[in-house]
Design a protein around this ligand. Sequence first.
Ligand code: BGC
Length: 733
Amino acid sequence: MTIEEKANLLVGYSFGKTYFGLPTNPDPNAGAIVLGAAGNTAKIERLGIPHTVLTDGPAGVHISEKRPNDPNTYYCTGFPIGTLLASTWNTELVTRVGEAMGNEALEYGCDVILGPGMNIMRSPLCGRNFEYYSEDPFVTGLIGAAMINGIQSQGIGVSAKHFAGNNQETNRLHNNSVVDQRTLREIYLKGFEIAVRKSQPWTIMSSYNFLNGPWTQENKELLTTILRDEWGFKGIVMTDWTNTRHTDRQVAAGNDLLTPGNAEQINAIVKGAQDGTIKMEDIDRNVRRMLEYVVKTPHFKGYKYSNKPDIQAHAKLTREAAPEGMVLLKNENKTLPLESGKKTALFGITSYNLYAGGTGSGDVNKPYVIDLVEGLDNAGFVINDTLRGVYQKYKEFALLEAEAEMGYLSTNSFFPRPRVKEPQLGKNTYMFAAQNNDLAIVTVGRSSGEFGDRTFEDFDINEDEEAMLKNTYEAFHQLGKPVVVILNVGGAVNTEEVKPFADAILLAWQPGMEAGNSIADVLTGKANPSGKLTVTFPCDIEDVPANKNFPRDITFWDEFKMNDEMKKATPNVAETRYEEGLNVGYRYYQTEGKSVSYPFGYGLSYTTFEYSKPKVSKKGKEYVAAITVKNTGRVAGKEAVQLYITAPKSKLQKPAIELKAFGKTRELKPGESQQLLLTFSGYDLASYDTDQQAWVTDGGEYTAKFAASAEDIRQTVKFKAKAETVKCHDVMR
Ligand code: BGC
């Protein structure tokens, strides 16, 4: 290969001349490949190297649904968001969703899905949390691996992202995350480590931010020493979508592909090779890895894609998957499930305009979204016509109002959308609704996405929503009729402010394009919810330790207006110090005994389960924890069992409990039992000791806690572990 050819292969292309205003490498053959994909790698005709196509994202394939002068449509399935999928705790199901997504990418002529999103939910306010799995690295790693294995089983690659320390959207291109070595290893890198070891992703996406100083994209310690030398990663690293940084440092660090890429970077590589500022051996190493990647792709193999994936079959799968990740938070007096045919007063603008997913690159151009009202119609509920009429009209008005206030961008689905206020209905409306219906269903909705974080207000229930919840509850309770609240959200909200006004609360997350049908399936009991929280719902947003060092109330729109000086002067915009260390999520709440609204791992079912006496034994290098779960209730259901470990006293301070494994039963009929085998290794028990620069497993007696949530430990058993030390490098200070 000539140096020009090599440089070309190391720099990606995008389909336009610019990417959000940045000049990029427009591809001369763009029209011939997949419209709306995020980018592609270079085609080098002389060598038989084809384009390969890179496309978002975590909730399904993100391409344009229409093409110029082409009557066909190219819709993709809108799957449930990452957080919902993780809340299933069902790795088999997540793998099946991955297979379907991978198949869609394959049939639409793509080679890599830019996902899964694997950043940790450090604060509930990160705008992209909906794309991510959990506040816990083991959930993140194990669910991530299940998704990657599913997608890659189709001969399609993934790009596990954003590596690493990209836990806020505010100033995402220039924020410096400052994280101590132990926290970085145990919390922010662990999920990626597990996924690399268990699923060997084809690619990893280095993030936008600085991490303890340098850009992650230029950090050899991160991209080579840890990722490849310690974890054994064999694929390519590609940048998140940026313009030029320091090309020489990126190449040297082992950032193989610079995307979307521009001519300046190609020239810099050619020039660097000639004047010796970029080592030829680094270029060759990256080129070799790019070639190893290319030969695996469907484009290289000449796969004849159909442009006709089976969207109907995948819609069925989303409808099946979504209820399994929905979390039943409250169910007083067995309010749910409901009998179909009930006369229902349906409140809340989101009931008529559900959020199937979040915004930004993680959104999908889907053929439709079933709203809740439609799902309830389909399930045979009789929806109050007066309210339906009011809300349908108000919805149009509210969108127009938002557009008038904010201009074009407010209704452009790529950018975060402002929350639409609930209409203020008169007391009589609530009273008539209560008199003429059997029950009320009220939806509270939240949307967020790439480019911006959520505000503290977005976490709380706002005045207009509180008025709706309170008025509904009072009117219906006066007549002894129940109120069910649906949370159609992409992240935690203040459930303390919802509880007093609800007999039942169903956290539906953002459940994909079959949303309304999936929710109706749970409400009627056609599906028994078995989701459990993978993120704590705190009582107050100020309880979250990370929030002392998190951008405060800066929306995407606010950031838009800030110049560099203002960014420097505003706390946590230029730099964010992760001073809370390991105190992320339940590790903090459980260690400090701090009460929460709903704990990590929590979720109710329409049935009940009993956990037998467990046993932990050692098989080779693995510990096997065996427990039998019995359905002791009246209806069929599945149960997710969590295994937390409490370590013996150690030189290092450790959280009170840490999740190390989990398992989910199949659907058990009433009276039926199943044994689950949960496995973990001695290495999984280790903490990172910065004095020794090693993962250290203390020898001694550990307690295994088998739990239905972080606060609902059902069985415990002690076991002994041998001391182990795995030496690492003193890097990423
Ligand atoms: C996002 C990535 C995404 C890429 C390509 C970036 O702005 O951060 O997650 O994969 O764009 O669309």
